[in-house]
Design a protein around this ligand. Structure first.
Ligand code: GRF
Length: 304
């Protein structure tokens, strides 16, 4: 449970502890103040007292936790947390796309199983682009952070199930129904089955946290990759953005970006560097890929 919260809020263990302490102290402070205020108002205990108590608690709770968070060093987290709650209540949660998509827009499905930091960057990147619509997020892991990312952005999400994905229709009818033109893997740990590959040839992209063909293949994901890179004494690592085919981490490479691996690097510090590179380059590489495809299609049409 704590691990899930860490993933959801994107914080380390110490910060999570401080956040929970803030919730506890802020909540108690709110309870004490709420009772005091009711005492001053002098309302008889009964239904009216309960309703007033709830209203007062709701109003002063944000102030109490914000106040306590100053002392626990978590003010930044709580400012964001409370503004998210307010947005949800006021119904002004992020619109799925600021600009209406053009009829010819590319329609992307993001497949992800993890925290969803790449998915969040991609969604943000295309928010104002009428040519590219992030249509849905497809996830195979209940409770994965990426589901929250999709909700916050107002994007449809579906939780897929193993048997249907690998042995059934592979969710192809559903993806077709959403008129998906391209699939973007962003930390999706299942192999894409041929049912999907056949329907989206040269239209599925993946990002790998190393310089392929090194450190790719089955079982090479997340920390395993960075541990292997460090264990082998590599002087550099990086990211690879590539097309997806039937073999793990094998399709045509679209972009590689390198970074140094210092002697002091740990799998964690390397993961942080790699994530930074991913966030900086994946959305732009997707855009370039789609632009090139559009140009190619135009060429084919004008020559025929
Ligand atoms: C990234 O490191 C990506 O390279 C790999 O999975 C990770 C996903 O991270 N394929 P996030 O869920 O986007 O934060």
């Amino acid at each position: 449970m704590f691990h899930k919260l860490q993933q959801k809020w994107k914080v380390n263990g110490v910060n999570l502890l401080l956040i929970l302490i803030t919730f506890a102290i802020g909540g108690s402070l709110c309870g004490i103040l709420g009772r005091k205020i009711l005492g001053w108002i002098n309302v008889d205990k009964g239904a009216a007292w309960i309703i007033l108590y709830i209203i007062i608690m709701t109003l002063i709770w944000p102030t109490c936790v914000l106040f306590v968070s100053i002392f626990t060093g978590q003010l930044g987290f709580f400012k964001k947390y409370i503004s998210k709650i307010l947005k949800r209540f006021s119904g002004s949660a992020a619109p799925r796309q600021v600009t209406a998509p053009a009829d010819s827009a590319f329609r992307l499905a993001i497949f992800a199983s993890g925290a969803g930091s790449n998915a969040a960057q991609i969604i943000q990147h295309f928010k104002n682009n009428p040519e590219v619509r992030i249509e849905m997020v497809v996830c195979n892991k209940p409770g994965a952070g990426v589901l929250e990312v999709a909700s916050e952005a107002g994007i449809d999400k579906i939780l897929i199930e193993r048997d249907r994905f690998f042995k059934g229709d592979g969710y192809v009818p559903l993806l077709k129904q959403h008129r998906i033109t391209h699939i973007i893997l962003a930390g999706f740990l299942w192999k894409v089955p041929s049912t999907i590959l056949q329907q989206w040839p040269n239209a599925i992209l993946n990002i790998h946290p190393a310089l392929l063909p090194k450190y790719g293949g089955k079982g090479m994901y997340g920390a395993h990759v960075h541990e292997a890179v460090i264990a082998n004494g590599e002087k550099e690592s990086g990211i690879t953005i590539h097309c997806v085919d039937e073999i793990y981490d094998n399709g045509d490479i679209i972009l590689q970006v390198r970074c140094n691996v210092e002697e002091t690097d740990t799998p964690n510090s390397l993961a942080t560097k790699i994530h930074r590179l991913e966030h900086e380059h994946y959305p732009a590489a997707i855009e370039q890929f789609l632009k090139a495809k559009k140009a190619l299609n135009k060429n084919v049409v004008s020559q025929s």
